[in-house]
Design a protein around this ligand. Sequence first.
Ligand SMILES: Nc1ncnc2c1ncn2[C@@H]1O[C@H](COP(=O)(O)OP(=O)(O)OP(=O)(O)O)[C@@H](O)[C@H]1O
Ligand SMILES: Cc1ncc(COP(=O)(O)O)c(N)n1
Length: 267
Amino acid sequence: MKNLLTIAGSDCSGGAGIQADLKTFAAHGTFGMSVIVSVVAENTSRVISIHDIPSQIVADQIDAVFEDIAVDGIKIGMLSGADQMRTVSEKLRFYRPSGVVLDPVMVAKGGRALMHPEALETLKAEMLPQAFLLTPNIPEAEAITGMEIHTVKDMEKAAVILRSMGPRYVLVKGGHLTGDAVDILYDGKDYRSFTTERIPTKNTHGTGCTLSSAIAANLANGAEVPEAVSAAKEYVTTAIRHALPIGKGHGPTNHFYNLYKSGGILQ
Ligand SMILES: Nc1ncnc2c1ncn2[C@@H]1O[C@H](COP(=O)(O)OP(=O)(O)OP(=O)(O)O)[C@@H](O)[C@H]1O
Ligand SMILES: Cc1ncc(COP(=O)(O)O)c(N)n1
């Protein structure tokens, strides 16, 4: 069994962040571990408050994992500020894990910032060069590149700019556009698109967290990048199609349906 680590924020309502990542890891038959960078008091409707964990404790959690357990795959999500980014970046340079999937989380579905805007330059300088695969959504890709994205062609242009900033692969997610849900993967040479019908639902809390964790798990389980992305897209699509109508806002993706489908849970 592969050991997967998520470095991200905690969503107490269980739909996004660390909680979505660990559920996704489990559904992929991997052993999940977590380094909590921020505690977010949030639910399906709103973010109430954000408490950043002190940098030393973030560093200690990373040491605690790496000094003891082989890390086969890693996903990085919400890093709220420049301090957190510098701490994580320093540890990544020290431990040199392979296949880092970086989801540059900036804003929660309800609109509240999860990353301080002034940390953008640190994200670019410290984090992007350490990413094997970067998975921005449209607003995140726009913020990092400074360009507007309205079409799949724009997504391709943004992917080229993003890749020039360091990641080996870029996957621009099209969940925020209209029409089919199209994601574009760029490897420096070719584009590959992953397309599904848009599912008419408001229950999309944690879709990006779910997708990036599924990619990290698939990579650790031995898949090549296009296959890892394709299987993760299928996983998140199923999780959205069967999303749970929990709470008053954007309900969470459904990992249990995937597990049930794969025979991991007996009815
Ligand atoms: N309504 C939908 N129907 C089908 N697929 C969707 C839908 N919404 C999002 N997706 C897919 O879900 C994945 C995550 O994309 P999205 O753009 O929502 O990420 P995100 O905004 O980072 O997610 P989040 O911040 O909610 O965790 C992508 O593969 C995207 O195409
Ligand atoms: C801790 C944490 N990490 C990531 C997200 C993004 O997910 P969403 O855009 O669905 O709110 C979140 N809401 N909370």
